[in-house]
Design a protein around this ligand. Structure first.
Ligand code: GBH
Length: 480
């Protein structure tokens, strides 16, 4: 029997995103992002909170690095605030040296602590200036040019200090949650009870298309102007949970489960690895899904040096009969927690959408590896909330056995996928280093391996899982 393991130089650590942890929305001449605006609109966030203070990480970089060191992590994934670096966002707008140098120093400090930075250029917090100027991602040409400019400014400032770049975090969320479900900024939808503006049947697909082009242009800039001297790799990070048929004996459910993966991962990964959108999407969406020009697809195809994945739970999928409504974004199917036999896909968490299932994670890695010809994967987010965690006494929160169980299962599944299935995975950053601002859910839902006491001055208290993750990796990573 083979003992599952992970390769010797495996990168592991934790992930965060700037709007979720930094606070200090006006410090050092930062501009507003669409999240600064959205979170302040009454009714958008469940508990009415904003990211104005969050974990106060903008002022506590040293503390966060100490925390990372204490977990034994060798990697940290974080995102840059575009609006700190170029407050208005655009290619003719001034660069804000203070904002930029904040991150350059942070990267230097990480290196001094022996921690490899994995940098995301945009984790949903688009400069509001670009939204106001031309509708942000709705304007493909303007947006792609401005993103390219921002990327170049950043690549130049960091040089060889950063070896791992991610263009966008989860374009699916920016498109679907921002322009259909409307729970994320800018909150547009066809549902007039939620927004006066928006077209759920068209805008999300336009936004997804813009993000692909902008991603590809930034990658081209990196490859043409920086890669040879700076030696890094660059990719986009896609999100999606595994999908299993509600009734494994019904070919329509089997097909629907596959279609769900095409509508989440395939939407972005098929153009990059296969040069076109999935047939199932074209069939359902017709001309609502933009076409790539020859020039665009030449740019997009091959624009990943690795495959970034964010994945959390698993679902059962049941096909739907009849024609899908125009705002359908999953591929005419139901996403369920129980299968036909009434079995739950996994235990409950604090997040309605998340039921963990490590076996499903291994299957997902296999599905992606097979469909995309065995690329190199970095898992850039994976983690769990805990049912009722926020209401527990602090001692119990710190003893987060459920989260430890989650990481044992998922990291074990990762090692099995690597060892037994030949999936080429080289890195993993757990979500998240800290409890933080969980977007429209506010602060109630906690994903951190560190408890943050929001009432007690943002003080950090490592949970049991903060140390457990390192113990798990120590078991799997080869020593020689
Ligand atoms: C990640 O997204 C984010 O990158 C991170 O910022 C966040 O804190 C973390 O998850 C934890 O939530 O029920 O239709 O609203 C994970 C992918 C996709 C998970 C959308 C929640 C909700 C779908 N997310 N999903 S819906």
């Amino acid at each position: 029997m083979t003992e599952s393991h992970l390769p010797k130089d495996f990168l592991w650590g934790f992930a965060t995103a700037c709007y979720q942890i930094e606070g200090s929305p006006k410090a050092d001449a930062k501009g507003d992002s669409i999240w600064d605006v959205f979170s302040h609109i009454p009714g958008k966030v469940w508990d009415g909170t904003t990211g104005d203070v969050a974990c106060d990480s903008y002022n506590r970089t040293a503390e966060d690095i100490e925390l990372l060191k204490s977990t034994g992590a060798n990697t940290y994934r974080f995102s840059l605030s575009w609006a700190r670096i170029i407050p208005l966002g655009g290619r003719n707008d001034p660069v804000n040296e203070k904002g930029l140098q904040h991150y350059v120093k942070f990267v230097d400090d990480l290196h001094a602590a022996g921690i490899e930075p994995l940098v995301t250029l945009l984790h949903w917090d688009l400069p509001n200036g670009l939204w106001e100027r031309y509708g942000g991602y709705l304007n493909k040409d303007e947006f792609a040019k401005d993103f390219e400019n921002y990327a170049r400014v950043v690549f130049k400032a960091f040089g060889s200090k950063v070896k791992y770049w991610i263009t966008f975090n989860e374009p699916w969320c920016s498109s679907i949650l921002g322009f259909n479900v409307a729970c994320h900024a800018p909150g547009r939808t066809s549902d007039r009870s939620k927004s006066d503006v928006g077209d759920s049947s068209r805008e999300p697909w336009i936004v997804g298309h813009s993000l692909m082009i902008a991603h590809a242009r930034a990658v081209k800039v990196y490859r043409d102007e920086f890669k040879a001297k700076d030696g890094g790799i660059i990719a986009i990070t896609l999100n999606g949970d595994y999908a299993e048929p509600w009734d494994a004996d019904d070919p329509l459910d089997v097909e629907a489960a596959n279609r769900k993966l095409e509508f989440t991962y395939g939407w972005f990964a098929d153009p990059i690895y296969h040069g076109k959108y999935p047939d199932s999407m074209r069939k359902q969406l017709g001309d609502r899904l933009p076409e790539f020009t020859a020039e665009e697809i030449a740019l997009v195809k091959g624009s990943n040096d690795f495959f970034g994945i964010n994945s959390y739970g698993d679902n059962y999928i049941k096909h739907k009969e009849g024609a899908p409504p125009p705002d359908d974004y999953y591929g005419n199917l139901e996403v369920l927690d129980q299968n036909k036999a009434g079995e739950w896909i996994g235990p409950e968490t604090e997040s309605v959408w998340l039921r963990p299932n490590p076996r499903g994670f291994r299957s997902l890695l296999n599905w992606l590896s097979k469909r995309y010809g065995g690329p190199t994967f970095y898992v850039t987010e994976n983690g769990t909330s805990v049912k009722g965690e926020n209401d527990l006494p602090r001692e119990e929160i710190l003893n987060d056995e459920f989260r430890c169980w989650f990481f044992r299962g998922y990291i074990g599944a990762l090692a099995d996928a690597y060892t037994l299935d030949g999936v080429d995975v080289r890195g993993y950053t757990g979500w998240s280093l800290l409890d933080n601002y969980e977007w429209h859910e506010g602060y109630r839902t906690r994903f951190g391996v560190t408890y943050v006491d929001y009432e007690g001055g943002q003080k950090r208290y490592p949970k049991k899982s903060a140390h457990e993750v390192g113990r798990i990796f120590a078991k799997y990573i080869k020593k020689d």
